[in-house]
Design a protein around this ligand. Sequence first.
Ligand code: FPP
Length: 254
Amino acid sequence: MPFAWKKILKKNNKTVKIPPERMPKHIAIIMDGNGRWAAQRGLPRTAGHHAGMAALRRTIRAANDLGIKVLTVYAFSTENWNRPAAEVDFLMRLPSEFLRTDLPELVAKNVKVMMSGSYEGLPQHTIEAVNEAINKTANNTGMILNFALNYGSRAEIVKAVREISQAVAAGSLQVDEINEEMISNHLYTAGLPDPDLLIRPSGEIRLSNFLLWQLAYAELWFVDIYWPDFTREHLLAAIEAFSQRDRRFGAIKL
Ligand code: FPP
């Protein structure tokens, strides 16, 4: 059924066809390297974050065009609070800056905005910007754009354990009723499918406390460029590589 295949037009005009079942549904991205991108150019780190915002815009558009169902982007980790106050303040203003310009396009494209992370400690203006986007897109049915904001995977797992333990302590849950699905349902990402593909630019080859539970069976794709240089071509390359991976989920092919 070639007509059912996704056609992806590459820059060199070669068309790569990926069968729908080989497309990732959920892509997660660690948007890393903004600071180094800026340093390389003798620019302040803030310039790197602005360029990173442009890369995010390109990537959202490309992922949406390709029919990706969920795009999760690591926008601010719980460890990022350890940066100088001025940078933290700048990073906290990025959601409102981005959404002020881009929310109308997200609404028009039927994108649904979500957030995975803790509201605790976020400035009020950040919460308001994110909540406005969540509320204005709540009924959208297209791609889910999930901002991992003030997110830390270990803290998320602790939160899940506490919530489940409270139910056990209250007598409403038996210990042997606890299963993987229940834990997933207590994570910030409850209701979302696990990512199939994790992309990390910048040359670092680690997970940095990102979606540790959810990435259990994800395919990992690392690329040696800084996030501000990430383009549609890199996304296509990652998806193409993903489509050729042999995913066995621990089983064997008979
Ligand atoms: C990591 O690079 C990046 C961040 C901590 C911020 C990510 C923010 C963006 C990509 C801008 C768009 C965000 C929103 C919310 C619209 P780094 O600063 O750690 O880079 P380095 O490792 O080279 O120093």
